[in-house]
Design a binder for this molecule. Structure first.
Ligand code: CUA
Length: 372
């Protein structure tokens, strides 16, 4: 390609005279033609990109700035992509070897003017974007007054949340509307990444250190909490939910957690209460259970739990067995599974009442189902 590049370089640097190319007067200069094609293609590309709905709901005060930043990056990068492709494709057609031309290309030694231009412009663009990105990050992660501190812990394959000031722990993330939240993020085993797409925040969870991020949820709703770092066999199922609720509802939830969590209240349907715990504790991330619409296959299928429990009754009764499996998973491992995959801290995360409700729910369900 040296000959073609040489001709392009000459064409670009000496717009007024291109001795090699005998161009008719009515024909445009290659540079002008390329620029025209590039500008039109860039405008089309930018318009298409801005039409695409890239983002989920904006669930936090930070979301708008992130989305704007992303749009600016698109506006800056689409023309760069288009320019490179236009030059490349144009050169392939305009400067291709004539049939029968087997000769060497001309030996050239760069084009200083061109090189200064193609180093300076990207340098300015990248520096400006870096400064802009830094300003936005600095702004959205700034410490705010009245922050709610939430300790987030990732482990294979569940998130748990701890509210140190409220002295409450839960497998479900519940946040009050419009109050700034400071997440302190930890990992127990391997790298995870704490990601709430609707909040536009993502932060790695790294064993041995604490990482931080801040967010102010400003839209009521239920959003996904995702693990965004490949962390093992159950990575894809390491998904839970965050509920953003009005402050009064959040305060009631905190009180409820202190008083024993999701244990069924007087008159509440024990099946519904059990299902709620099953989902909020994240059991559905790893197990299959029809009643809770859970289809994951990291751990044993729980539809058949009563039958499996019966086989275990030589050592202990069904309730004891199921309870033991929740608080101490490696105590008995179902064939084909690994006892270390399930987090061993459900005994701390759930209250005794919640565990009882869950055991009753799981056994009750599969007994009803096998009795059908
Ligand atoms: Cu935890 Cu992926």
């Amino acid at each position: 390609m040296p000959a073609e590049l040489y001709r392009l370089a000459r064409a670009l640097s000496t717009p007024e005279s291109t001795p090699e190319e005998q161009r008719p007067a009515h024909q445009k200069h290659p540079l002008a033609r390329m620029l025209t094609i590039g500008v039109i293609a860039s405008v089309i590309g930018v318009l298409i990109c801005l039409q695409i709905d890239w983002f989920p709901t904006q669930g936090s005060a930070q979301a708008d700035q992130i989305d704007t930043l992303y749009d600016v990056l698109l506006i800056a990068s689409v023309p760069v992509f288009v320019l490179v492709m236009t030059v490349a494709i144009y050169c392939v057609f305009a400067f291709r070897a004539k049939p029968g031309d087997r000769g060497d290309g001309a030996h050239i030694h760069g084009n200083t003017k061109l090189e200064v231009v193609w180093v300076t412009i990207p340098f300015i663009i990248v520096s400006a974007l870096a400064v802009y990105g830094w300003v936005v990050l600095d702004d959205i992660e700034a410490k705010k007054s009245g922050e709610l501190v939430v300790n987030v812990t990732g482990e294979q394959f569940a998130w748990s949340f701890d509210y140190p000031e409220e002295k409450v722990g839960s497998n479900e993330l519940v946040l009050p509307l419009d109050r700034p939240v400071h997440f302190k993020i930890h990992a127990k085993d391997v790298l995870h990444s704490f990601w709430v797409p609707a909040f536009r925040m993502k932060q790695d969870a790294v064993p041995g250190i604490e990482t931080n991020t801040r967010v102010t949820p400003n839209r009521e709703g239920t959003y996904e909490v995702v693990c965004a770092e490949l962390c093992g066999i159950g990575h894809a199922t390491m998904r839970q939910q965050v509920r953003v609720v009005p402050v009064s509802e959040w305060e009631a939830w905190v009180e409820d957690q202190r008083a024993g969590g999701d244990a069924p209240e007087e008159g509440e349907d024990p099946i519904a209460a059990g299902r709620e715990i099953f989902i909020s504790a994240g059991c559905n991330a790893c197990h299959t259970l029809d009643d809770a619409n859970a289809t994951a296959a990291v751990g044993p299928d729980l539809n058949q739990l009563a039958a499996v429990a019966e086989d275990r009754e030589g050592r202990t009764n069904a309730e004891e067995y199921v309870k033991e499996s929740i608080v101490d998973p490696p105590a008995f491992v179902v064939e084909g599974y690994d006892g270390d995959t399930m987090p061993g801290n459900f005994g701390d995360q759930l209250t005794p009442e919640e565990i009882d409700t869950l055991v009753e729910y799981l056994l009750g369900l599969s007994q009803t189902e096998s009795g059908k």
